[in-house]
Design a protein around this ligand. Structure first.
Ligand SMILES: C=C1C[C@]23C[C@@]1(O)CC[C@H]2[C@@]12CC[C@H](O)[C@@](C)(C(=O)O1)[C@H]2[C@@H]3C(=O)O
Ligand SMILES: O=C(O)CCC(=O)C(=O)O
Ligand SMILES: [Fe+2]
Length: 352
């Protein structure tokens, strides 16, 4: 069964040479063609910022990407390929089990194995998943029911991957603090490093959807449009397309998959902590006609008792755009919402 989404917004681009006189010169032609290819590149190419973590100047690009898109791609990330491929193969093994085995780890409450139903409020998508807490004791229990006495391989793969990706997420958050010229540089990363940090991990499997063309004009929803409530999300997928991000004008652009890189999302909490300077990015996943997509996402969240508020060092005399709240309050409200809802509006301060 597939689920539909509205047609992707494609922005029309006008042909530069339509504005020329009836007999343009060669120079006018070549200028027009140049302009046309430039416009085509701007319209058709995804404008995904690329951050090379090994370059010292990345902090400025990183801040710019968070302000403009709330999304960027990271290379030279330092996460060993071995950890990535080991976890991917464990995930594939899990999703290949018979449904009767997988459902032993479900239904999600919200943790555990889920199939087609996302969250508790009626959202659906063409996806099956495992939603886990990031501590080993917690996910080991989830797997005992499926793998009996031997969940060790999966648990080791998760532990290696999550530790390494968490380290990278902290490095990114510290580089962000440098780029924003705020101190201490662990002002964001300490929330993920805290023993009580409420971080999550998700493995998603999107099976191919061969009847895509015959249904709803070719757009089937894998994971509906939403923003992530946490501070930062670190996403890695195999080489199957599907992920899209929404630009400020509401149009959607496809993110070309890259199995060797990571994609970073600014979450709602980071938008609040920067008083709206950084943008929590709306994103979604469309089903693929012929290939399975497997993605793994680390959601870096603060401790439940943490106050989520704009950092005073970023305010410089501005008013806070948000009411005061704790992560517990925000999370409770988020988990009562539908996927597509704007969860931050309830926490916005009404301008005087
Ligand atoms: C519909 C929902 C699923 C979600 C909880 C919610 O009520 C609204 C936020 C959703 C989301 C999106 C990002 C992450 O995938 C997630 C784990 C999260 O923290 O918030 C999911 C929640 C979920 O799948 O339970
Ligand atoms: O699976 C993906 O590529 C993205 C999923 C996602 O956005 C999420 O789980 O919050
Ligand atoms: Fe997401």
């Amino acid at each position: 069964m597939c689920f539909s989404v509205q047609t992707i917004n494609t922005r029309p681009f006008s042909f530069a040479y339509q504005q020329q006189r009836s007999h343009p010169s060669t120079t006018q032609y070549s200028m027009a063609i140049e302009q046309l290819s430039y416009r085509r590149a701007c319209t058709l190419l995804p404008h995904i910022p690329l951050i090379d973590l090994s370059k010292p100047d990345s902090k400025h690009l990183l801040v710019k990407a968070c302000e403009e898109f709330g999304f960027f791609k990271v290379i030279n990330h330092g996460v060993p390929m071995e950890f990535i491929s080991k976890l991917e193969s464990e995930a594939i093994k899990f999703f290949s089990l018979p449904f009767s085995d997988k459902e032993k780890a479900g239904p999600p409450n919200p943790f555990g194995y889920g199939n087609k139903s996302i969250g508790q409020n009626g959202d659906v998508g063409l996806v099956e998943y495992l939603l886990l807490r990031t501590n080993r004791d917690s996910y080991s229990k989830t797997f005992l029911s499926v793998f009996g006495e031997n969940p060790e391989n999966f648990c080791c793969a998760l532990n290696d991957y999550i530790s390494s990706v968490k380290r990278m997420a902290c490095e990114i958050l510290e580089t962000m603090a440098d780029g924003l010229k705020i101190q201490p540089r662990n002002v964001f990363s300490k929330l993920l490093m805290d023993d009580q940090s409420d971080s999550l991990f998700r493995l998603n499997h999107y099976p191919p959807c061969p009847d895509i063309q015959s249904m709803n004009g070719g757009n089937m929803i894998g994971f509906g449009a939403h923003t992530d409530p946490q501070i930062i999300s670190v996403l890695r997928s195999n080489n199957t397309s599907g992920l899209q991000i929404s630009l400020r004008d509401g149009s959607w652009i496809s993110v070309p998959p890259d199995q060797d890189s990571f994609f970073i999302n600014v979450g709602d909490s980071l938008q609040v902590m920067t008083n709206g300077k950084f943008r929590s990015v709306r994103h979604r996943v469309l089903a693929n006609r012929s290939k399975s997509r497997v993605s793994m996402i680390y959601f870096g969240g603060p401790p439940l008792s943490e106050k989520i508020a704009p950092l005073p060092s970023l305010m410089r005399g501005e008013e806070s755009l948000y009411k005061e709240f704790t992560w517990f309050e925000y999370k409770k409200s988020a988990y009562n919402s539908r996927l597509a809802d704007n969860r931050l509006v309830l926490f916005e301060r009404i301008a005087a």
